[in-house]
Design a protein. Structure first.
Length: 212
């Protein structure tokens, strides 16, 4: 992997509110690292999965403000593959799903986890949507799905700053410009304001946001 996690171990440890949380964090990372060193056929299911219990319990032990960072580092330390990430996502809470989505660019090379991004984009959880449109989506969503992801952000009020590589992908995208213009017209016809973010993205496509 050439990618790096958005948080470092030292930064997260320094931010934790108590010695007990830091001790728990160190133990959790050690279990995740041990699982990464264990061959898949090793007869030690507890060793292979104890870190997943830590993954679920991160908010309780480290505080909900730090849970995303702790969970992402656990996934990276365990070198979780697409199958494990999918299982954790499918059975996890919204907070656990966000951590999986944020770990994708660190752990998955290629489009093998796009289905997780697509699932998140079908939700109406704005924090989940914001996590879904990060670097992994920028690299692997096809143009049609990516355009709809941008529209989903505008529809749900997720700031387009959350969309990774927005300027690069929007540049010269005439179909995205058409979709944005249609969306703006629908809002205007319904007597609703057109978001400033829509005008911003439309400008990035190369189209002038006239009379929106």
């Amino acid at each position: 992997m050439t990618h790096t996690a958005p948080w470092t171990r030292d930064d997260v440890a320094a931010s934790l509110p108590a010695d007990t949380a830091r001790a728990w964090f160190d133990e959790a990372l050690a279990e995740a690292a041990a699982a990464a060193r264990t061959p898949p056929t090793a007869p030690s299911p507890y060793l292979a999965h104890s870190w997943e219990l830590r993954f679920a319990a991160a908010g309780r032990h480290c505080g909900h403000d730090h849970a995303d960072a702790v969970r992402t580092l656990l996934l990276a330390e365990a070198r979780a593959g697409a199958e494990t990430l999918t299982r954790l996502y499918q059975h996890g809470s919204a907070a656990e799903r966000r951590a999986v989505l944020r770990a994708l660019p660190v752990l998955v090379d290629g489009p093998h986890a796009v289905h997780l991004v697509e699932d998140a984009l079908r939700s109406n959880d704005t924090r989940l949507i914001a996590a879904a449109v990060g670097p992994y989506a920028a690299a692997h969503l096809d143009p049609h799905a990516w355009r709809h992801a941008v529209l989903k952000c505008l529809f749900t009020g997720v700031p387009v700053d959350a969309v990774a590589n927005l300027a690069q992908r929007a540049a010269g995208d005439g179909e995205l410009a058409r979709m944005l213009t249609d969306f703006a017209a629908e809002r205007s016809a319904a007597g609703r304001d057109v978001p400033d973010d829509l005008r911003r993205v439309l400008t990035l496509t190369g189209e002038e946001p006239k009379e929106l």
